[in-house]
Design a protein around this ligand. Structure first.
Ligand SMILES: NC(=O)c1ccc[n+]([C@@H]2O[C@H](COP(=O)([O-])OP(=O)(O)OC[C@H]3O[C@@H](n4cnc5c(N)ncnc54)[C@H](OP(=O)(O)O)[C@@H]3O)[C@@H](O)[C@H]2O)c1
Length: 331
């Protein structure tokens, strides 16, 4: 909360289009709002208490940090905080919150859609249609199939619930192994992923990008998957070793991959992933269900009401870990 007698200043960083978040009327009633683009951020931060990163993948705060001396809270309109965090911010007292929860159900639905499209060969059938070919294919039932969900956060949990609801068998891969998890049942240790992926027909990656998850799905993990298996990566590109993935797909080590995220985004036009058989590319949109921008803005407005009233913000990011730990794992 801002010291008595001083009006709180909230900076809203907008992207190159200049589009502003709706629904900030309740914030504006109680605080000074300053909208800026990245170029104007250093000046806008002078004397500011709060920064709302509406331009959620911006790295502009890092450059403007020397001017952020009065900043006490940063909210980013994204679930992943890997592009936001830098050493000075991590070491500071500035509280960071994220868009926890907004993407849970849309990402779970996108995962189910990817699994069904793979099992029912929808993309293959579209290729046949384009070639005006009346060509029949067999499809695979997903009831009883096994899905290993790598990343036991809120998106992983929503995904587990949805996949169970359609009759799939589900396990999680988290930081620590345990049984009797309410959403996953069994959770295996993601550090030993290669020992566990052979169980799965679908390996779904929804973990935060951290030093522990960077390169987690490497050649040894891909090599241990069933040749009939399907990889879904909706989290961050660098969690999967792309060269190893291409090798596995080209040599029959893996049947397919549904990829929403990439090492370089946009995916370059000449990248082999565009044309490798079995690969389905989507442009980092798996969480973007209609209404998402409104929901992101409302979430910030609600948190701002708490902050302006001096109440604690729920679910802060653990800046050293690089994600929001589950409530039972908090200090
Ligand atoms: N493509 C898109 O459009 C899109 C949209 C939204 C989010 N995302 C990505 O999805 C990620 C997950 O989002 P979320 O909201 O579910 O995050 P979250 O709830 O903040 O994830 C935190 C959880 O991740 C688990 N985790 C941390 N390190 C792990 C590791 N080494 N191995 C396995 N699990 C680990 C932890 O579970 P345990 O405590 O059980 O270990 C922790 O509770 C985001 O970070 C973002 O990168 C992508």
């Amino acid at each position: 909360m801002t010291p008595p007698g001083r009006r709180t200043t909230v900076v809203v960083l907008v992207g190159p289009t200049g589009e502003r978040p709706a629904h900030l009327g309740t914030v504006e009633a109680r605080a000074e709002l300053r909208y800026t683009d990245a170029a104007g951020l250093p000046d806008a931060l002078d004397g500011a208490d709060v920064l709302f990163l509406w331009d959620f993948f911006s790295t502009a705060l890092r450059d403007a940090w020397p001017r952020a001396g009065s900043l006490r809270w940063v909210h980013v309109a994204a679930a992943g905080v890997d592009t936001l965090l830098f050493d000075e911010l991590v070491r500071s007292d500035v509280v960071v919150t994220n868009a926890r929860g907004v993407f849970d159900r849309p990402m779970a639905e996108f995962t189910l859609a990817s699994i069904l499209a793979h099992a029912k060969q929808l993309h293959v059938l579209r290729d046949h249609q384009r070639a005006a070919q009346w060509r029949r294919e067999e499809t695979t039932p997903i009831a009883g199939q096994a899905a290993l969900i790598v990343g036991t956060g809120s998106i992983g949990r929503a995904t587990a619930a949805l996949l169970r609801a359609v009759g799939m068998r589900v396990r999680g891969a988290g930081r620590t192994a345990r049984s009797d998890d309410p959403d996953f049942g069994d959770v295996v240790a993601s550090a030993r992923l290669a020992e566990h992926v052979g169980w799965a027909d679908h390996v779904v990656v929804v973990a935060p990008l951290t030093p522990q998850t960077r390169g987690l799905v490497d050649a040894s993990v891909l090599g241990a998957m069933k040749p009939s298996a399907h990889l879904v990566n909706l989290a961050r590109g660098p969690i999967v070793d792309t060269d190893a993935l291409l090798h596995a797909l080209r040599t029959g080590g893996l049947a397919g991959a549904s990829l929403d995220v990439f090492d370089t985004e946009p995916l370059p036009a000449d990248h082999p992933l565009w044309t490798t058989p079995g690969v389905v590319v989507s442009p980092h949109l798996s969480g973007d269900a209609r209404g998402w921008r409104d929901e992101l803005a409302r979430q910030f407005a609600d948190l701002a009401q708490l902050w302006l009233s001096g109440r604690p913000l729920p679910d802060p990011v653990d800046k050293r870990l690089g994600f929001v730990p589950a409530p039972e794992a908090r200090p």
